[in-house]
Structure formats: structure tokens, C-alpha cells
Design a protein around this ligand. Structure first.
Ligand SMILES: Cc1ncc(COP(=O)(O)O)c(C=O)c1O
Length: 429
């Protein structure tokens, strides 16, 4: 496979941008693919290689690449201009749609990224409760702002996970493991935090599901301790089903953050929830939030067009494809006698290079990250673009087909054959 064009561009980029990229996860070893175009389930790199894409922009593209309905809506919007610095009707249309599908969101504010959404939701929770302490889940990712850049480890002493984050900025951020209700109850009772921010299905250490009653218990103990519950549904919102994880697990948070899918592949973030909390946000209240590009017309238009395509039948089909892929993958790995763990839900999937089920961040850390990297590289050579890190999630879209899944399983068979030096005939897969 020729990838000289990507290599050449990366060498140039290294002189211009830190690590040659605009976001760290894109810095694939030895160099990233430079993508020229994308359509449906496929991306083409600058060297003309084609890949079935399971990265899907890290989640926004549930309809697949370049969906005609989104393309048409955005094209029409562009003809009218694209940045006015005034409210537009599309804001109301998307807000009403979101309110209908996620009734816990009584009021919302549009921002430009998921990072801004979680930063603003936390500020609103702190402003509303008057409490500075927040709790997050170990290994949970809520974007690149100071308060949540905390290293995994002890709940008692927080250490920044990035240089440049002042100790002051994270001293009020405590952490507990996912799926551990006792640890959460304990910290809520002792520290009396203003809020808990949690991905209801973890997506940023690979997909990790809540155990049966975990989220219900999370709601119960947060309520009992006067702690606001923020569901970070930047990944899960409109991905698992129309109403997101809060609908699927029947748990009502106080605040929700959204992003990715609700912008149809254009930059967006949303935070919203109970009216009494959201009314604390400026200009109706004293919690400051603002943004030049907040509620950007193109993002709103693409978001509305995307949500208009999504329906129950579509979710059934695409989630079914996820079930099929995970089932075929489990069967393949059993046949090849490879002891790794396949996890996911709906359109999310990942192979953890560890034998035991992954229930929290510490479990995820037992994975062999080098083996995953090699597998992802072999898969690229097979024409499959997977999330390049063990601690990311792969995404299926409505543009993926059964044939794509079958091709992908054959590619996994070939890639594992190389990775594990297996002497098997993979032609039958
Ligand atoms: C759960 C979650 N929250 C927040 C964010 C931050 O969103 P953004 O990258 O749009 O700032 C992400 C990004 O992947 C995410 O997965």
C-alpha cells in the first residue's frame, strides 16, 4: 500500500503544528492518513487508498459521510450567508426538537464544542448550587478545559493530567471509579459536591457500559446528597437512540451536555436542563457564557437535517448492524482462540486487549495498547480505518452495510493472523 503522500504532508505539518496535528489522537504512528474525500462509509486518502471508516469523525457522522440531506441543507444555508451574530429561527427549531426528544432539557444554550458545553454546564452547576467541588468519573473525558484535566488515581488528592493546569484549577475536582456506587456515595456524603459529571456510557476509554442498576443508583444518591447530576451525552446523545442514554436507561439528569451528532458533523455543543438552573445563565442570570460562533447557522442547519433523517427504523437497523459486527467478531476471536474482550452497545464497538470485562478505567488500563496499535495499523492495510487508540470507540453509521461488516470481519481475521503469527487459512471468513 502506497502512503507516500500522507508521509510527505506529515513531514511538512511537523514543522508547522505541534506533533503535526490539530488534535493529539490524530497523530497516528508513524504518520496519519491525510484524507482527501469521504462519502457514505468510506474515506479516501491523498494517495488514492480507500478505507471503510469506523472513526466517523469521532462520532458525529451517524448518517455516514457527505449525507445528501445534510449537504443540500447546508448548501441552501450558505446561499443565505452563514454568520450573522444575531439569533436565527433555526436555533428555535433545533432547541424545540431537542426538548421534544430529551424532555429533561427544559432550556438550553448552544455553544461551539463539547468542551465548551461541559465547561459551561459545570459553571452553571457551581453557580446554581454555590458549591465549588465537583466529582467526575475516573477516565471520563469531558473535553480539554482545566477543571476536568485530572489524572486518574486517588479521589482525595487531584493531580493535573496536563502541564499548564494550575493546581488551584483542579483542587476541587474529585474522582470515583465507574460502576462503583459505594465509592460515589462515600464521596458525595463526605465532600458535598455541587455536581457529578458522568458519561452514562463511557466512550473515551473505549465503550464501557453501566451495570444494570448503576445509573438509577447514581440518580438516587446524587438526589439524596443535593448534588446536581450532569449527563455528558456528547457521544451518546442521539447515538444510542433518539433520547440518548437518559432515555435508554430511564434516568433523568439535572443537566445534559450534547455535541457531535446534533451538529451533523459541524462544530457544536449544547448544555441544558432544568429551567431553574439554566435561568442562572447570562443574560437572564449571573453565570457567564458567551461565544462568537455559538449557535452557528451552518451547524444548526446540519444538525436539524441530521435529526430529520434519524428515525426509529434507522436506529433499529444501525444498532442491529452493531450487534452483528460484535457477534461476528466474538465468534471469530473464539475460533482463532484469541483472548481479548469485545465491548460496545448499539453502534459503538471496541476490542480491548485484555481478557476480563472492562467495567472501569483501571480495567481498561490492563489492555495491551501496543497490540491494539499494531492491529489498527494492520487493519488500515486491509482497508479499514479504526480509531487509532485502544482508549477510543469505533462508530458504525447508517451508511455502513452488511457487506461492509462482512468485509471488516475478514480484515480482522487477516490482521489477527499477522498480529498473533497464526497458521490459519482466513480465506473462509
Ligand atoms: C463525552 C465527551 N464530552 C466532551 C467532549 C469534548 O467535545 P469536543 O471535542 O467537541 O470539545 C468529548 C469529545 O470527544 C466527549 O467524548
Amino acid at each position: 500500500m502506497q502512503t507516500d503522500g500522507s508521509e510527505r504532508l506529515y513531514k511538512k505539518a511537523l514543522k508547522l503544528m505541534p506533533g503535526g496535528v490539530s488534535s493529539p489522537v490524530r497523530a497516528i504512528d508513524p504518520y496519519p492518513l491525510y484524507v482527501h474525500k469521504a462519502s457514505d462509509s468510506r474515506i479516501w486518502d491523498v494517495d488514492g487508498n480507500v478505507y471503510i471508516d469506523y472513526c466517523m469523525g469521532y462520532g458525529p457522522l451517524i448518517l455516514g459521510h457527505a449525507h445528501p440531506a445534510v449537504q443540500e441543507a447546508v448548501t441552501q444555508r450558505l446561499k443565505l450567508g452563514w454568520d450573522y451574530g444575531t439569533p436565527i429561527e433555526a436555533e428555535i427549531a433545533l432547541a424545540e426538537r431537542i426538548q421534544k426528544d430529551l424532555p429533561s432539557i427544559e432550556m438550553l444554550r448552544f455553544v461551539s464544542t463539547g468542551t465548551e458545553a461541559t465547561m459551561s454546564a459545570i459553571r452553571a452547576a457551581r453557580g446554581f448550587t454555590g458549591k465549588d467541588i465537583i466529582v467526575k468519573i475516573e477516565g471520563g473525558y469531558h473535553g480539554a478545559h482545566d477543571a476536568v484535566l485530572v489524572k486518574a488515581g486517588s479521589a482525595a488528592i487531584s493531580t493535573a493530567s496536563s502541564l499548564g493546569v494550575p493546581a488551584e484549577a483542579i483542587k476541587n475536582t474529585l474522582q470515583v471509579p465507574f460502576n462503583d456506587i459505594d465509592a460515589l456515595s462515600d464521596v458525595l456524603e463526605k465532600a458535598e459536591p455541587g455536581c457529578l459529571i458522568i458519561e452514562p456510557v463511557m466512550g473515551n476509554i473505549g465503550p464501557v457500559l453501566p451495570e444494570t442498576t448503576y445509573l438509577t443508583e447514581v440518580r438516587k444518591v446524587t438526589e439524596e446528597n443535593d448534588t446536581l447530576l450532569i449527563f455528558d451525552e456528547v457521544i451518546t446523545g442521539f447515538r444510542l437512540c433518539t433520547g440518548g442514554a437518559q432515555c435508554l436507561y430511564n434516568v433523568t439528569p439535572d443537566l445534559t451536555t450534547l455535541g457531535k451528532i446534533v451538529g451533523g458533523g459541524f462544530p457544536i455543543g449544547i448544555f441544558g436542563g432544568k429551567k431553574e438552573i439554566m435561568e442562572c445563565v447570562a443574560p437572564s442570570g449571573g453565570v457567564f457564557n458567551a461565544g462568537t460562533f455559538s449557535g452557528h447557522p451552518v451547524s444548526l442547519t446540519a444538525g436539524i437535517a441530521t435529526l430529520n433523517v434519524l428515525n426509529e427504523e434507522g436506529y433499529k437497523r444501525v444498532n442491529g448492524l452493531g450487534d452483528l459486527l460484535r457477534r461476528m467478531l466474538v465468534d471469530l476471536l473464539e475460533e482463532l482462540d484469541i483472548r481479548v474482550t469485545v465491548q460496545g452497545i448499539g453502534t459503538l464497538f471496541q476490542i480491548f486487549f485484555t481478557e476480563k470485562p472492562v467495567k472501569n478505567y483501571q480495567d481498561a488500563l490492563t489492555s495491551d495498547v501496543d497490540a491494539y496499535k499494531k492491529l489498527a495499523a494492520f487493519m488500515r492495510e486491509e482497508g479499514i480505518f479504526l480509531a487509532p487508540s485502544q482508549f477510543e470507540t469505533n462508530f458504525i453509521s447508517l451508511a455502513h452495510s452488511n457487506e461492509d461488516v462482512e468485509y471488516t470481519i475478514r480484515a480482522y481475521a487477516n490482521a489477527f493472523k499477522r498480529l498473533c503469527n497464526l497458521d490459519v487459512d482466513t480465506a473462509g471468513y
